[in-house]
Each structure stands twice: as C-alpha cells, then as structure tokens.
Design a protein. Structure first.
Length: 87
C-alpha cells in the first residue's frame, strides 16, 4: 500500500510539474500544482490499491472454496472405480 501511495505521489508530482511548465507558469505556481497533484494522485492510488487487494483476496477465497467443494466429490469417484490393472 505504501509503495502504491508513493508511486502515485511521484506520478502526480511529475504530472503537475509538466503541466505547470507547459503553461509557462511561474515556479511557485508550478510547485503548488505539483504538490496538489502529488497529494491527489497518492490518495487515489492508495484507494485503488485497497480495492485491488480486496478483489485479489476475494478471488483467492473463491478459488479455495471451489477447490474444497470439489475435493470430496473427486475422492468418492476415485474410490468407487474398480482397479482393473491387477491380473
């Protein structure tokens, strides 16, 4: 989570600097825009990271539930089939 927030802040800062320079704004204005962009992008990446991790956990739990629900049925089918390899 921290890494995503830092990455978002860095990307937001770079975007803010880029837009400020592209508009030929004075440096104090460029720094303010970059700082606000870093804050907003960091918060957005933090939120998105939480949603992403939650989705990954839910998918993992669903996969585990599917495996556990199939495990008893597979063991019954392997026990009920006769072994014809012995002569």
């Amino acid at each position: 989570m921290k890494l995503l927030m830092i990455l978002g802040g860095l990307v937001g800062f770079v975007i803010g600097i880029t837009f400020g320079i592209a508009q030929e704004s004075p440096w104090p204005s460029v720094i303010w825009r970059a700082s606000i962009g870093a804050y907003l992008a960091g918060m957005l990446m933090r939120w998105w990271g939480r949603v992403w991790v939650k989705g990954l956990q839910e998918a993992h739990y669903e996969r585990l539930a599917a495996v556990h629900s199939q495990a008893p049925s597979q063991s019954k089918t392997t026990q009920s089939t006769p072994n014809h390899t012995k002569l």
